[in-house]
Design a protein around this ligand. Structure first.
Ligand code: DPP
Ligand code: ZN
Length: 890
């Protein structure tokens, strides 16, 4: 596939101002009539009208009502060029498409009897010929015509302006979107759905209709998403002064969807898993995700839709910013629910969650062949760039701007951004310039975060001078090379710093030249390769606590011995750093155990670690949600990136040994904790309850891992008789991960109870795909994965199922996937090739599971390479998978 470069951007010679679409829906032969009002762009170089298309059958094309004159139209497989005189033209194009055959789930496709669309990034060209790029913004009118019995509900963007009956059992609806939009925000739904409605007033007193459309039988799972939507509306009004601009805002749940959800103007389409929840089927984590995804898509209405991206290289303009906004929203929601006393801890727990995701998913991306800046310079397939870098690192970059400018300065910058660019398609530079102008600060150096890939290392060293009571902190930054970027320049890195005294309390920070000490946490700006700060007025050597709140997306390198990590685990006032100290200590222990396992030595867990761990476990002053975070070991995915070379089998042996030891040795503590924290009464989604449930479930995990009889019995009871999914699934997961004999019966009972419930079964598939094998003589997990693929509830054409079972195996189970006989890799190649024929986006996500293959042991690399080559050489490989394996092998 050709490589597309950011530097090649040029505006189109012709743009579209109005679009009138007519859909005559039919499963295999939908006819789309598109009338486009086109206008010459006075700012662009002269040229023909350019239209993109993919898999379209073109029935007719007229220009200004006539067949085009000979020689004025050039038709290619995916491109039509039309020479037109004058400055305006009206095109009418009729195409036929086959939604039933659209297994890629991009464009117009079918799901469970209905019709749905997904157009971001380039799906609209699979519906009709169009200049399919985000800088073409037009007003859309849409008429949808379909079968009344199977598709009683006909939806599109904007306002419903007309509906009526047609002959032959058909009916139609006409929708008008008053806002200009790029075609990636177009949406259409025609299906048999029911609705939950609510009317709300916006801050300025306008009444809006909120609708949540789901399949029949799911109405009892819509309340939480609706609540989340209303909270999102209020939050955006309060925090940014941004109101809903439509009379009607719709969310539709669909079972087959490649991504999480899509912010189409006024008609958000959601993967059902981010809408549907009731206590018996959804866990606390599901509730949290629903709240944040609903908010995310809602927030896009301003950051994404009202102001959109000029080109797809600017994707982080809307995604990084909107992820930051949804993270702030969720933190506020948690803090409000927790009340004054628990607010700080609730925010910290949310931050820890986000940091965990960033470190596991984004750091590894930044360290491999797909490393790219948050604003990429080139791509082969844009669908491959909906990445953790563009989204999560992009959000961290916005967070740093927020830190550097302060909340007010940030808000002023946002206000200016909207005042300049509302209704436009703009760039990341436009955004940062607005922030810079509003605050009178120079952000030129900061822009390097947009152009440099790779995770920066910040090396910290401290120098205590007892003679004058000063402590000199030296910070040095370095960003390692990434593909195509050998040399990096210093970045602007905000480093939040605290100094802890011997008694565990924070010291007031007094920098050289200041009269007296001030705040106990201060943000230092590291802008050069190396910088020093001298803290004075200290009575004794302090313990530094750096990068508090994870103030920048960097890897902090600081030499701390075990005792110091234990000290910070017990005392750091910054919850994020306290968690991080526990993670660092656990990482050290696990990597040492893995080295022992690889060398065939006996495994021994160091007693001081167990003691530090136990102190956190039983520290009742600490919020249970925080304790659950701090007592969860770093993920294998994260640790494999820290291991040289990555040896999944050795790491798995270490994890098995450590979890079993912590379960056994601390069994009394875990058991009393599980009893004391059990949440009585009826389920409610509330962070305080959720924190307790998380900690109890973690206790069950350790108890089952340690094969502690009473703990296993408790997990069995809860898996049978829990009153909510969080407890039931938590107990089941403990049994499965503990690989205790009772797990099989519990899995069977769970399946029978939820056999009709696709979303719940996704959990069941994922759990088994990710299972650990504590007995080396037990059958490999791959065998079970193959069996599960034959289960009637499994389907390769449903993305959620693929992510659960195959993703659960490739990504969440490195210890089994990387089996030393290479069986996992052969299976991977077979599945990626099979998936690619039907759905390249899903296949590409699975393909990425092996992109960092060069980090593994030579023996594993020798097994992986031929499988990567096998995929690369497969017939008819998509550009999506082609780009991934091509870069991996390069
Ligand atoms: N634009 C979508 C989102 O991130 C992705 N399809 O919300
Ligand atoms: Zn988004």
């Amino acid at each position: 596939a050709p490589i597309i470069h950011r530097s090649d951007y040029a505006p189109l010679a012709w743009t579209v101002t109005r679009v009138d679409l007519h859909f005559a829906l039919d499963p295999q032969a939908t006819v789309v009539t598109s009338r486009l009002a086109c206008r010459r762009n006075p700012e662009a170089a002269a040229g023909p009208i350019l239209l993109d298309g993919e898999e379209l059958e073109t029935l007719s094309l007229t220009v200004n009502g006539l067949d085009p004159a000979a020689g004025t139209v050039r038709r290619g497989e995916t491109r039509i060029e039309i020479d037109v005189e004058g400055d305006e033209a009206e095109l009418e194009i009729v195409t036929r498409i086959n939604p039933q055959a659209n297994t890629a789930l991009s464009g117009l496709y079918r799901s469970r009897g209905g019709y749905f669309t997904q157009c971001e990034a380039e799906g609209f060209r699979r519906i009709t010929w169009y200049p399919d790029r985000p800088d073409v913004m037009a007003r859309f009118t849409v008429t949808v015509e379909g079968d009344k019995a199977t598709c009683p509900v006909l939806l599109s963007n904007g306002n419903l302006v007309e509906e009526g009956e047609l002959p032959d059992g058909r009916h139609y609806a006409r929708w008008e979107d008053p806002f200009l939009k790029p075609c990636y925000l177009f949406a259409l739904v025609a299906a048999d759905l029911v609705v939950l409605e609510r009317r709300e007033l916006t801050a300025s007193g306008r009444e809006v209709l909120l609708q949540l459309w789901v399949e029949k039988g799911n109405l009892d799972r819509t309340e939480h998403a609706m609540e989340s939507l209303v909270h999102s509306m209020r939050w955006d009004e309060d925090s940014f002064g941004l109101e809903l601009d439509l009379d009607r805002f719709m969310i539709v749940a669909v079972s087959d969807f490649n991504m999480g959800a899509m912010e189409n103007k006024g008609l958000n389409i959601f993967n059902a898993k981010y809408v549907l929840a009731k206590p018996d089927t959804a866990t606390d984590t599901d509730y949290e995700h629903i709240e944040s995804v609903v908010a995310h898509e809602y927030f896009h209405n301003w950051t994404g839709n009202r102001v959109t991206c000029r080109d797809w290289f600017q994707l982080t303009l809307k995604e990084g910013l909107t992820v930051f906004r949804d993270q702030q929203f969720s933190a506020d929601m948690l803090a409000n629910a927790a009340g004054a006393e628990g607010a700080d801890s609730a925010r910290a727990v949310k931050r820890i969650d986000d940091v965990r995701v960033l470190r596991a998913a984004q750091f590894s991306e930044d360290a491999g062949p797909m490393a790219h800046p948050i604003r990429p310079e080139s791509y082969q397939e844009i669908n491959n760039f909906y990445t953790a870098t563009v989204y999560e690192k992009g959000a961290e970059v916005i967070r740093m701007l927020h830190t550097l400018l302060g909340p007010e300065g940030f808000r002023n910058g946002m206000d200016l951004y909207f005042s300049y660019h509302d209704g436009q398609a703009v760039t990341c530079d436009d955004f940062v310039e607005a922030l810079s102008e509003a605050n009178g600060v120079d952000l030129d150096q900061f822009m390097r975060w947009y152009s440099q890939a790779g995770t920066p290392r910040v090396r910290a060293t401290g120098d205590w001078n007892a003679a004058d009571g000063s402590y000199t902190l030296t910070l040095a930054q370095h960003t390692p090379p990434t593909p195509g970027q050998a040399d990096k320049l210093p970045l602007v890195i905000p480093v939040a710093v605290g100094l802890i005294g011997a008694d565990g309390t924070d010291l007031p920070l007094q920098l050289d030249g200041e009269q007296h000490g001030g705040a106990t946490t201060r943000v230092l700006q590291l802008t050069e390769a190396t910088q020093q700060w001298r803290f004075t007025g200290l009575a004794a050597e302090p313990v530094p606590s750096l990068l508090r709140g994870f103030s920048a997306p960097v890897i902090l390198e600081l030499d701390e011995d075990d005792a110091r990590l234990a000290f910070r685990m017990a005392h750091d006032s910054d919850a994020c750093n306290r968690w991080d100290a526990a993670q660092r200590y656990a990482e050290r222990v696990l990597l040492a155990l893995a080295a022992d396992a690889a060398a065939g030595r006996a495994l021994n867990v160091p007693a001081p670690f167990v003691e530090a761990f136990a102190r956190l476990l039983s520290d009742e002053r600490l919020d249970p949600a925080f304790r659950a975070q701090a007592l969860t070991l770093p993920s294998e995915a994260y640790l494999l990136e820290r291991m040289e070379p990555a040896d999944p089998a050795a790491l798995r042996a270490a994890q098995i040994h450590l979890t079993a030891a912590l379960g056994k040795v601390l069994s009394d503590d875990w058991q009393s904790l599980a009893e004391a924290l059990a949440v009585p009464g009826e389920y409610r989604y509330h962070p305080a309850d959720a924190g307790r449930r998380a900690l109890v479930n973690l206790a069950l995990r350790y108890l089952a891992a340690g094969q502690v009889e009473e703990g296993v019995a408790l997990a069995v009871r809860r898996s049978e008789s829990a009153t909510n999914m969080t407890d039931r699934f938590g107990a089941l997961a403990a049994l499965v991960h503990g690989a205790v004999p009772a797990a099989q019966a519990a899995l069977g009972a769970f399946y029978r109870r939820y056999r009709e419930d696709a979303l719940v079964l996704d959990k069941w598939f994922a759990l088994q795909a990710g299972a650990w094998r504590r007995d080396p003589a037990a059958a490999p997990v791959l065998g079970r994965v193959r069996e599960l693929m034959a289960d009637p509830a499994f389907s390769l054409s449903n993305p959620n199922k693929v992510y659960a079972l195959l993703g659960g195996f490739f990504r969440a189970n490195p210890g089994e996937f990387h089996a030393v006989d290479g069986s996992g890799y052969a299976f991977w190649a077979e599945q990626v090739i099979a998936l690619d024929a039907a759905n390249p986006q899903v296949a590409s996500r699975m393909a990425r599971a092996l992109e960092n293959w060069r980090r593994f042991t030579p023996a594993l690399q020798a097994l992986i390479r031929p499988q990567l080559e096998r995929v690369r050489d497969a017939d008819g490989l998509s550009p999506d998978v082609g780009e991934i394996v091509g870069k991996a092998l390069a």
